[in-house]
Structure formats: structure tokens, C-alpha cells
Design a protein around this ligand. Structure first.
Ligand code: PMP
Length: 428
């Protein structure tokens, strides 16, 4: 079988929808063809043709210590010697639960699952079961995985491909999902004033990372907290992206807001397929087998996944880890801004912790509407110009970027060098 990117993609497309197992990977919105990764190490990916890329996607978030970190790899190697899956409780699950409870302010109990999607689906089932209410609230442009209830005005690939509300979600179910504009205080107040008594929970990405990267306005998360408390709805922070990234204790620690339930994925699995959800003991004990709300998983708490996740959490607990990542993210964003300004390209950035957004717009972007108004063609040109120069950004104008501890000053400097040529190309 041929080992060029092009030949692999041609073959893949005949075997899998779009040639991929997750839509954004297909490069459909940026045009062109994806590369196929042969291996990854530190801040780099190498494709099957041997080309090296500086990677700002990091497997879409998990690889916060860089790819193929020896401590994570060795933990996995040790774990697999004892078997791949047991179907009984295993010690690593207890260690993992303890780590999450220790690190995340709002969590007293946790349940492990296999993906972010499972975590969010389970969290809203719990919210509905615990409150006896049916409606949930989400934000336009936020993505919470591909559960039916969330594919209403969704972000990420659903947004990128122009199908934010997916066919296949029954109208009766979609009608139970109410949507709000992110960062709009009054719209949230008005919705709760009208329907607050019917709302089981409000789910939010505390930093919106699936419509590019939009930070909460000052006091906005506190406002959502107050509305939920006032109306007896549960506040659910989807920290699949922000968890253990914007701060060790996630966005809830960074912004000082305590949600009722929190969902995790990505970093918590160290690159293995894992998710989790947690909250107070009183809420979590309503889950089976202590309570009647059912949720289960054949491979949940998998010993190999727990080993990878635990090794990752161990590494990111090092003193100053997140401060250093935030410093380097600032270096990258300020550097890109300076290059764009020098080239005369309208451009702005956002960042929090090791997460950032790049906007082809001169104004500071704080809303979904502003994110939508950015110059997508300019982004697509920039994306390909960077890729050509060996820098891989998320292949969509509506995704956040991620930095890892392996992105050294030299790697960032090389990125800025590439950006000089790329911004010149955007200016035309
Ligand atoms: N929530 C958020 C905030 C996400 O960014 C994602 C994935 N990008 C998910 C949920 C879904 O996670 P998964 O892809 O692991 O199902």
C-alpha cells in the first residue's frame, strides 16, 4: 500500500465517510487534503512522508505535556503488562478519583466514562433526573460532543460545516434545548425569567473553545451561577477543554465560580479515550448503583487509560507548570500580533492559560456573532501558508489553539518566523 498522504486519503475516502473518523480532520473547510501522522514527539508531528510539523492542536487538547512524553508512555507500558481491561474495579480508578477530587474545587465524587461526549450526555441526564425538569440551556457556538441534545446551534465541526443543528435529532428532543448568545447577560436573565422553573441545567464551556476561543466577560460566569441558583437549575461547566489546562483546577478555579456539575475529557486521559463527570456527593449519589439515574460503561475506568491520565496529572501538578505555559502562550500570541500588525493584516488574539484564539479581525472578539464575522478566507490562506512552512494549526477558523510544555522558546520563535511569510501571503 502506498504511503503518501494523497494515496492514503484517496483510499480512506473510499472506506470511511470523508476519509476520517471525526469530521474536522478532513480539512473540508480549509480546503486541500489532510496529512496522515506517522508519529509524534514533543511539540512535533511527522507525517507519513517524513515532513515535520510544529503542532498547535495537540490531539485537540490532551497533549499538554507534549506528545509521547516518556513518563506517560512508561506508565502505559507498565499498565499493559498487567492486562488491558478487567471489567472489575481496579486500584488506579481510586487513585484517579482522588486526584480529581483533590484538584477540582467543586468535585466531591466522580464517575469515569470514555469520552467527553459521554461525560456531557451523562451530566444532563443527571441534571434532568435530579431536578425532575426536562429543558436544558446551552450557548450558540458551544460544542459539548455529539449527543442529540447538544447538536442544536452547536460549535466545532457542526459549525464549521454549516450544520449546527443536525438532521437526525428529533424535533421533540431539540425543542427541549434552549440556546443563548454567549456573553450576553440580559438574554440569560430574560430566558430564566420566562422559563426558569422548567430548566434542569445550563451547560457552558466556561471559555468557549469551539467557536474559536472566546473568553467570558467579567462577571458573566458569576451571573450564570446566580441565575441557576435563583431558579433551581444546575450549572454545568463543560471543562473537557479547559479542565487542567487554563489552570490546574480548571476554569472554575481560574474564574472562582463553583458549578454543580463538571465534565472532563482530553487531558484527563493523557491521550487515551477518557472522560469524566463529577459534582457534589448529594448529586453524584443519585447515579446508579447508589441512585436510580442510570449510566454505565464496559470499558469505563480502564486501567491503561487511568495509568495514562494519572501520569499526565502528576506532570502538570509540578509547581509553576501552568504559569509557564501561560507565559509562553502570551509570547506566541503577542508575537503573532506583532507580525500581523507589521504586515498590515487585521488580526487579534485571545488567550487564557495554555489556550488561545486567532481572529482575522481588528476588533477584540467577545461574541459568537463577532467570531462569525471574521475573515474565514484570510484564515484559510494563513492556515495553508503555515502548514506549508511546517506549522499545524487547527484546520478550521472556529477552533481554539493549544500550547504544550514542549513548545519551547525556540519552537515559538520558529512559529513566528513561519508567520512572517504566512501573514505576507494573507496580505497578498
Ligand atoms: N465538550 C467540549 C468542550 C469539547 O471541546 C469536546 C470535544 N472537542 C467535547 C465536549 C466532546 O468530547 P469528545 O470528542 O471526547 O467526545
Amino acid at each position: 500500500m502506498s504511503r503518501t498522504n494523497h494515496d492514503l486519503f484517496a483510499r480512506a475516502r473510499s472506506l470511511m465517510p470523508g476519509g476520517v473518523n471525526s469530521p474536522v480532520r478532513a480539512f473540508k473547510s480549509v480546503g486541500g487534503e489532510p496529512f496522515f501522522t506517522a508519529r509524534a514527539d514533543g511539540p512535533f508531528l511527522w507525517d507519513v512522508e517524513g515532513k515535520r510539523y510544529i503542532d498547535y492542536v495537540g490531539s485537540w487538547g490532551p497533549m499538554i505535556v507534549g506528545h509521547n512524553h516518556p513518563q506517560v508512555r512508561e506508565a502505559v507500558e507498565r499498565a499493559i503488562r498487567d492486562g488491558l481491561s478487567f471489567g472489575t474495579p481496579c486500584p488506579a480508578e481510586v487513585t484517579m478519583a482522588q486526584a480529581i477530587v483533590d484538584l477540582v474545587p467543586s468535585i466531591e465524587m466522580v464517575r469515569m466514562v470514555n469520552s467527553g461526549t459521554e461525560a456531557t450526555m451523562s451530566a444532563i441526564r443527571l441534571a434532568r433526573g435530579a431536578t425532575g425538569r426536562a429543558r436544558i440551556v446551552k450557548f450558540e457556538g458551544c460544542y459539548h460532543g455529539h449527543g442529540d441534545a447538544f447538536l442544536v446551534k452547536a460549535g466545532s465541526g457542526a459549525l464549521t460545516f454549516g450544520t449546527p443543528t443536525s438532521p437526525g435529532v428529533p424535533k421533540a428532543l431539540a425543542d427541549l434545548t434552549l440556546t443563548l448568545p454567549y456573553n450576553d447577560f440580559d438574554a440569560a436573565t430574560a430566558l430564566f425569567d420566562a422559563l426558569g422553573g422548567d430548566i434542569a441545567g445550563l451547560i457552558v464551556e466556561p471559555v468557549a473553545g469551539n467557536m474559536n476561543c472566546i473568553l467570558p466577560r467579567e462577571g458573566y460566569l458569576q451571573h450564570l451561577r446566580a441565575l441557576c441558583t435563583q431558579h433551581g437549575a444546575l450549572l454545568i461547566f463543560d471543562e473537557v477543554m479547559t479542565g487542567f489546562r487554563v489552570a490546574l483546577g480548571g476554569a472554575q478555579a481560574h474564574y472562582g465560580v463553583t458549578p454543580d456539575l463538571t465534565t472532563f475529557g482530553k487531558i484527563i486521559g493523557g491521550g487515551m479515550p477518557v472522560g469524566a463527570y463529577g459534582g457534589s456527593r448529594a448529586l453524584m449519589e443519585q447515579i446508579a448503583p447508589t441512585g436510580p439515574i442510570y449510566q454505565a460503561g464496559t470499558l469505563s475506568g480502564n486501567p491503561v487509560a487511568m495509568a495514562a491520565g494519572l501520569a499526565m496529572l502528576e506532570l502538570i501538578r509540578a509547581p509553576g507548570f501552568h504559569d509557564e505555559l501561560a507565559r509562553r502562550t502570551r509570547l506566541l500570541c503577542d508575537g503573532l500580533q506583532a507580525v500581523a500588525d507589521g504586515a498590515g493584516v487585521p488580526f487579534s488574539t485571545t488567550r487564557v492559560g495554555a489556550m488561545f484564539g486567532l481572529f482575522f479581525s481588528a476588533e477584540r472578539v467577545e461574541t459568537f456573532a463577532q467570531a462569525m464575522a471574521c475573515d474565514v478566507n484570510a484564515f484559510n490562506t494563513f492556515f495553508h501558508a503555515m502548514l506549508e512552512r511546517g506549522v499545524y494549526l487547527a484546520p478550521s477558523a472556529f477552533e481554539a489553539g493549544f500550547l504544550s510544555a514542549a513548545h519551547s522558546g525556540d519552537v515559538i520563535a520558529a512559529t513566528l518566523d513561519a508567520a512572517r511569510g504566512a501573514f505576507a501571503q494573507v496580505r497578498g
